[in-house]
Design a protein around this ligand. Sequence first.
Ligand code: SF4
Length: 245
Amino acid sequence: MRRIKYVASVEPRRLGAFQKSLLRWYRKNGRDLPWRRMKDPYAVIVSEIMLHQTTVATVLPVFLRFLEEFPDITSLHRAPVEQVKAITDPLGYKVRGRWLKEIARLVVEDGHGQWPKTVDEWMAMPGVGRYTAGAVVSLAFNQDVPILDTNVKRVLGRYFGLSYRDTSSDTLHQLWALAEAVVPKRKGRPFNQALMDFGAMMCTARNPHCRDCPILRWCLTPQGDASLSVAEEPFVYRISIAPPG
Ligand code: SF4
């Protein structure tokens, strides 16, 4: 169960600029990934379990092979665990095959073939933390729920001037609150995909593309070149993160 410690609110004009610019950038530059085309909880959970600590390029061929062998949750449920692990183990982090088998059992047997639809239900699944649950619920069901992984922390932290490198649980709660506040209504799927791709392709850990960044004008901490710092200072005071009232 998630614990809500903070609620964030961002000044609407600045928030709108962030949301619209990211969605516009994503429409032009977003990655065309097979699990996104499918918009199916099975494809999304398989991809998310494979993407734990593994790059998209490494996962792509394994994902396609997996879907050929086990095209749906029922075929995965029927397959012996060794057959599943034979495909997932070469990715490393060898618990993935067992997690996927257990998820298949929970959905097919306990859920009578019905997929969980909420973040809390997904977080009860093996191998599924709050990020993965948010990714599945937003990508498969287009719900307006937040995601927060290393890439998203970096984008939010730099743009809104929060300390994204601080690993304390209090900062993490604040970043989750901010991630929740920035998801536009009825656009959970494209917006979260935009955040994922923006963090992976533009606002990268090293050498971010600040000069070509569509949100440079409002970014509080552009990287590398001090001359890029053009955001208006009062912006920082227009974000408030507070315990829920
Ligand atoms: S200006 Fe640079 S640091 Fe700021 S959001 Fe864009 S890429 Fe990231």
